[in-house]
Design a protein around this ligand. Structure first.
Ligand code: CS2
Length: 483
């Protein structure tokens, strides 16, 4: 197949493939997005295409997207010959729907052309700077990091007399907008720029958001299949589940598109309730099944969910230990059942190893907040403790068939030391106790007697009997642990 997906080829796409109804040539880039991975191309860019489709080119003209890759040139290299057009493939058991997305207009690669990124951030057309940079990136303000680029870009805006912008985090962190704001202001202050600190603090807004869509990494097989469906080659499509959700604090100092289907809320507290629901239910369950799945050799989320004992463990974890902590959140009816169906989607092949990445940066908001509240309420924690034991067990670096895997985590070295020290302890109780004393993560939970008491048998069973047998025996095990 020689023809490449590109603007001139759009009329030749098969009839069933949806394509932009708006004119791309009249669009300006009002949004600069840092971290142009698969997620944002299957989420923000899709909402943006919906907005542009529904309002028409004139009304939407301000809202094209400049994508910025913060590390690799691969996305830019693949999208440049396609004028940044790419396909979104929504997949579930009933098939695949293809749609070409058009609101991304250009891709910059920050390490190659940092000045071009700063110029975009400072450009008169730019009104929103959005981010999907992953949890760990919020800890970095090194030169070239997203936070550093933002501070430099905003300094240039201020120097050029351009108006402030909205900085919109779309990462899976509680109070993501507040976290971003704090990081940006701290770096500007550290650089001795009080006037910039003031300009940002008084002029820019940092809305909080909750985003939800499962977007597995695209594979060569996806690329080949999607290209066949298009009748032309797309080198950089994305695949996703049909489900999509976005809750957004409506604080935009320089306007925003009319994104259809977004739940706009007025107060940060309202977003916080949705974030809690999503991080604890969707992401909490995801991480729990990913670590158990990797160790057991269940490669994908749907393969893990096809194990009745794992399915029932996740269901019970959510129902008995997570949902009771969601007071103040009006959980939509059927939320858990639907979530379990999303995980069971047989067409995504979402790899457990992908979700297992960066555990040290994820589990605080996914499990530990829930765990702390349960402990404070004197409520059982056996399921959360097994999830946590699953992560600690996963740190041994090989599955039950002896296959080695890498621990991809910014704290990998420290975690390896921790694991080695725990292994040197005389028994499971001492091992559990040692793990909880890893201060950067567990803090005040160090040596917490009920946590240690629940963690020890779970660690012991995972190591001695394996994941499947531990899950199969889990109900009796958890009853033994009740006070
Ligand atoms: C996943 C998320 O990789 C992970 O850690 O839990 O990317 C998850 O798929 C999304 O947050 C779903 O909205």
């Amino acid at each position: 197949m020689t023809a490449r997906l590109q603007a001139a080829a759009l009329p030749h796409l098969p009839l069933g493939v949806r394509r932009p109804a708006f004119s791309r040539s009249s669009l300006q880039c009002g949004i600069v997005h840092l971290g142009l991975g698969a997620f944002v191309r299957a989420h923000l860019a899709v909402f943006n295409d919906d907005a542009l489709d529904s309002v028409g080119a004139a009304a939407g003209a301000a809202w094209g997207i400049t994508g910025v890759s913060l590390r690799q040139p691969d996305t830019r290299d693949a999208l440049a010959p396609q004028q940044s057009l790419y396909t979104l493939a929504l997949r579930d058991g009933s098939g695949e729907a293809l749609r070409v997305i058009g609101s991304v207009l250009e891709v910059l690669v920050a390490p190659e052309a940092p000045q071009a990124v700063l110029d975009r951030l400072a450009h008169a057309h730019t009104r929103i700077v959005s981010l999907t940079i992953t949890e760990k990136a919020y800890a970095s303000d090194a030169p070239g990091s997203a936070v550093a680029l933002i501070v430099q870009g905003l300094a240039l805006r201020q120097a050029l007399g351009r108006p402030p912008v909205t900085l919109m985090s779309l990462d899976n962190l509680p109070a993501n907008g507040r976290v971003l704001r704090a990081r940006v202001l701290a770096l500007a202050a550290q650089q001795g720029l009080p006037a910039l600190v003031d300009w940002i603090a008084t002029g820019c807004s940092f809305p909080c958001s909750m985003v939800d869509r499962i977007v597995p990494r695209t594979t060569d097989a996806d690329r080949a299949r999607i290209s066949a469906g298009l009748g032309m080659q797309d080198a950089w499509p994305v695949i996703a589940e049909p489900f999509i959700d976005w809750v957004l604090e409506d604080r935009f100092v320089a306007g925003r598109p009319e994104w259809p289907g977004v739940r706009f809320v007025a107060a940060q507290d309202d977003v916080a309730a949705w974030e809690r629901l999503k991080l604890r239910m969707v992401n909490g369950a995801h991480s729990a099944l990913a670590y158990l799945g990797v160790t057991a050799g269940w490669a994908t989320v749907d393969a893990a969910m096809a194990q009745p004992a794992l399915h029932s463990f996740i269901d019970t974890l959510l129902r008995d230990e997570v949902e009771p902590t969601l007071r103040g959140v009006s959980v939509p009816p059927g939320y858990r059942e639907r979530l379990l169906q999303r995980f069971a989607n047989p067409a995504l092949a979402h790899r457990c190893t992908q979700i297992a990445m960066d555990g040290s940066q994820k589990i605080a908001q996914r499990w530990l907040a829930t765990l702390r509240e349960r402990l404070a309420a004197g409520a059982p924690i056996a399921h959360l403790a097994l999830a946590l034991a699953g992560w600690l067990h996963f740190l041994r670096g090989h599955d039950e068939a002896g296959q080695r895997y890498a621990i991809e985590d910014p704290w990998a070295d420290a975690l390896q030391v921790l694991y080695g020290q725990a292994e040197a302890q005389p028994d499971a109780h001492a091992r559990a106790d040692h793990f909880t004393r890893f201060a950067p993560l567990f803090g005040d939970l160090a040596g917490e007697p009920r946590l240690v008491a629940a963690l020890a048998p779970a660690l012991h069973s995972l190591r001695e009997r394996g994941v499947a047998a531990t899950l199969a025996a889990f109900d009796p095990l958890s009853k033994e642990q009740q006070p």
